[in-house]
Design a protein around this ligand. Structure first.
Ligand code: SF4
Length: 415
């Protein structure tokens, strides 16, 4: 889409989608609404948006600080969801019929903004803590600029954090950046840098290619915090070891939407009937790898049928809703097989493009323990967790998906 200067495809329809059993669907919807309304995690998000997680994330060591290199930072308190709610919230917003209403509209009067979207937790982390910028209004403005230009705030923040790191180490200077400086804690750099990225203007063109390419060009690929070229979201895998497995097995690179183990191991999600239960967050084991694989399977289904991951009414209602819309009679086992199939097919496509189990690796910076904070001294042991995850997913010990495994999942292979 980028190479064609295409920003979005909007589709508008005039028909209706009645579903196979509208009466049953209405009943299930009411039940999902009730269960979601009573859910504690959902209530917390309703009160402070996803930003409400920031204080807890800082406590666990889940919030990345200074390009994932520092375990504690007192500035995090200035970015909290409570402060945002008390001082900058204009109103909450909800998707159609959602009782959670996680969306925020905020103001940033110092920057002349009286009502803009966000920021989400991910944006506060990426454009705030990663850069050690604790000026909440500056982060609101930066998030708004990214939204306006259509930039992902995680990749933008990750790449700017790398630029700061390169400046700090003397590997980059103003002669290469059109006079722009990149310093941790400097909120002034944000508007100019974000616009330069969006317009691919001067040094912005190099930033726009992302952290992996910039770090390689400068000769320090080990400083890029990416998996398969995608910047790491704002959940440090040292704080939840299962998250490390989800990041490295995510088909599109590090992505927190492909298996949120921070939700499982903080007790926000439990689906005992499919083997997803909270455990010790700093544990690296075969069992942790298996639980993560099951959460990835479940989220692959969520993503395929376009469910919001903040709504977790239970597998029984998800299954019933799907069957009542489509007129199917699927069982829970069928759903799990479908989730496995989705992951296997994506893995197989990546294999065809040269990706192997060797790519299932955390970035170098994340294999180093931090000396303070909620992850103190802890790093995931990838080999033992990956062995469990591969086996759970039906892949071989090297993470390879065979055609036989694909056929067993119901994929028809054309020769
Ligand atoms: S559906 Fe999800 S994204 Fe939309 S308002 Fe509800 S919780 Fe937020």
């Amino acid at each position: 889409m980028g190479s064609k200067n295409l920003k979005a495809i909007a589709v508008r329809g005039t028909g209706t989608v009645p579903g196979d059993n509208p009466k049953r669907l209405a009943d299930i919807s009411a039940e999902i609404y009730d269960r979601t309304s009573e859910d504690m995690a959902a209530q917390a998000i309703r009160m402070a948006g996803t930003a409400g997680y920031l204080d807890m994330a800082a406590m666990y060591g889940d919030l990345p600080i200074r390009n994932f290199q520092v375990g504690e930072w007192e500035g995090a308190g200035n970015l909290s969801g409570v402060r945002m709610t008390e001082e900058y919230l204009v109103r909450s917003r909800a998707c159609f019929k959602c009782p959670i209403a996680c969306g925020r509209e905020t103001r940033a009067p110092q920057h002349g903004l009286d009502r803009v979207d966000g920021p989400e937790y991910e944006t506060l982390g990426a454009l705030g803590a990663m850069l050690q910028i604790d000026d909440l209004e500056a982060v609101i403005q930066a998030g708004h600029l990214c939204n306006t230009f259509g930039l992902d705030t995680i990749s933008t923040g990750g790449t700017l954090a790398l630029a700061c790191e390169l400046f700090e180490r003397g590997l980059l200077d103003t002669t290469e950046t059109d006079g722009m400086t990149f310093r941790y804690g400097d909120a002034q750099m944000l508007p100019q840098a974000i616009e330069a990225i969006a317009r691919k203007d001067g040094f912005g063109e190099r930033l726009a290619e992302g952290s992996q390419r910039l770090a390689s060009e400068v000769g320090v690929p080990e400083l890029a915090v990416t998996v398969r070229g995608l910047e790491m979201p704002m959940h440090d895998p040292r704080a939840f070891h299962g998250q490390a497995v989800a990041y490295v097995l995510s088909p599109r690179g590090a992505c927190h939407m492909q298996g949120d183990m921070y939700s499982v191991d903080t007790g926000q999600i439990e689906l005992a009937e499919i083997g997803i239960a909270p455990g010790e967050r700093l544990e690296s084991s075969d069992a942790k790898g298996r639980t993560t694989a099951r959460q990835m399977i479940w989220r692959a289904l969520y993503n395929a049928i376009n469910l919001c991951q903040f709504q977790n009414p239970g597998s029984d209602l998800v299954l019933e809703a799907l069957n009542s819309i489509a007129g199917w009679e699927l069982t829970l086992d069928d759903l799990i097989t479908t989730g496995k199939r989705i992951l296997a097919v994506k893995r197989w496509i990546n294999q065809q493009r040269g990706s192997t189990g060797e790519d299932d690796r955390l970035p170098v910076l994340l294999s180093k323990p931090l000396d303070s904070g909620g992850t103190l001294g802890s790093v995931p042991d990838m080999d033992i967790m990956l062995a469990g995850a591969y086996d759970e997913l039906g892949w071989d010990e090297d993470g390879f998906v065979s055609e036989k495994a694909l056929r067993a999942l119901g994929v028809r292979m054309e020769s």
